[in-house]
Design a protein around this ligand. Sequence first.
Ligand code: NAD
Length: 474
Amino acid sequence: MKIVCIGAGYVGGPTMAMIAYKCPEIQVVVVDINQARIDAWNQLDGCELPIYEPGLEEVVQAARGRNLFFSSDTHKHVAEGDIIFVSVNTPTKTRGVGAGKAADLTYWEGAARMIASVSTTSKIVVEKSTVPVKTAEAIEKVLRRNCADPNVQFEILSNPEFLAEGTAIEDLTVPDRVLIGGKETESGQRALAVLKSVYQHWVPDERILCTNLWSAELSKLTANAMLAQRISSVNTISALCEATGADVQQVAHSIGTDSRIGPKFLNASVGFGGSCFQKDILNLVYICEGVGLKQVADYWQSVVSINDYQKQRFVERIIEAMFNTISGKKIAVLGFAFKKDTGDTRETPAIDVCKGLTQDGAKLVIYDPKVTEAQIHQDLATPKFEWDHPQSSGTKSPRSSAITVVEDAYEACEGAHGITILTEWDEFKKLDFEKIYASMMKPAFVFDGRNILDHAKLREIGYIVYALGKPLDP
Ligand code: NAD
């Protein structure tokens, strides 16, 4: 059996590496039109892979060259494949009908046309990308009508990916579940059994869930919407805590011990980020609107609105605490990635927070252990789309002179008036805050956007501390 995956990104790379690692008798080839990305996946020992994930390097090194290959020769490998995963990007549309909400399926359709044009043997085509419900219907038409050989059959399966960046290898090794959706026809069920047999190499049967195609497609959007909703819910409570003297961590612990609620995903924060949550909720909103479910659409839209509100609220709190003026003040930004253990900055809340602070005249010195200087400058120079963030419409890109990126947390904090924690990197918890305090302007502020620091200890040292959802300093 030969498996080919179109798209060597955050999902295609790790998922295929895991399949190759666990199934040594299956040949796995990951193809991409981005030659630089393929070259990076093929780097020999000592060079960094194109994405950072704990444990990924070991898995890739064990299988690469044995039964795992990365190539830009897309046509050749797709033509030879039995199972073709499609793991291309499906971003939010930026123009035309549905701009700002609908999923842009340009890359998906391009991949489907290419599969059809090179296929001389029947294939199972697997939706690995997150796509709107009913995408398989459209893809089937594209495949069938673009393949010259009438004997070639395509069977489409939906196999959405639930890995989380930062824990991708752990999530792939011991997944909560693997979801496979297929048609309820005989050939659909046959294809489903073939894909199931791949996962059965390491995933127990009870964790492989089989559904119809539309349920699998919709489950992925729903899972992301529910996870983001939990974050927005606890973030609304963090605002209420600040107004009443309650402590959001105590509230989260109290409700999380209820087995119907559970303790995960209840950390108040400066907001969710990443390439998926906002994109997938907006897509859900668009689908609901399309079928006339306006109230349902409004409900899910509010999850994104609250996320924007939380970022804006955090910026306002910083300005207010620093005596209503941050103009010319140096603020150290610790963390830029959207979460710890990844270098991914897509939709990171740090972008909005940094833009908000520089808009008010602050000078930022940014440090993140895994995000490059070039990436940070690029993210902060990109103008926003008004429809993405209505509250902050009119926000301009900050002047680049207002932003410095350094390679050390202590350097970032030196001479600063305040420190903001925007990513929950473990190394920030271990910093010597006494030493940092001595190097800062006074009064020295800490704004903990992730609630990871020991606030009592910081206050003892002399800092004025603002933490989300926590009682304010007297
Ligand atoms: P990505 O942008 O990192 O990777 C996509 C890759 O596809 C790119 O390298 C691009 O060059 C390549 N590509 C696009 N069109 C191509 C074509 N025609 N032929 C060959 N290569 C092509 O995206 P990602 O983060 O890996 O996400 C992929 C999909 O998985 C998205 O739909 C996303 O919503 C979903 N997803 C992402 C995550 C995540 O944590 N990133 C988790 C679950 C699901």
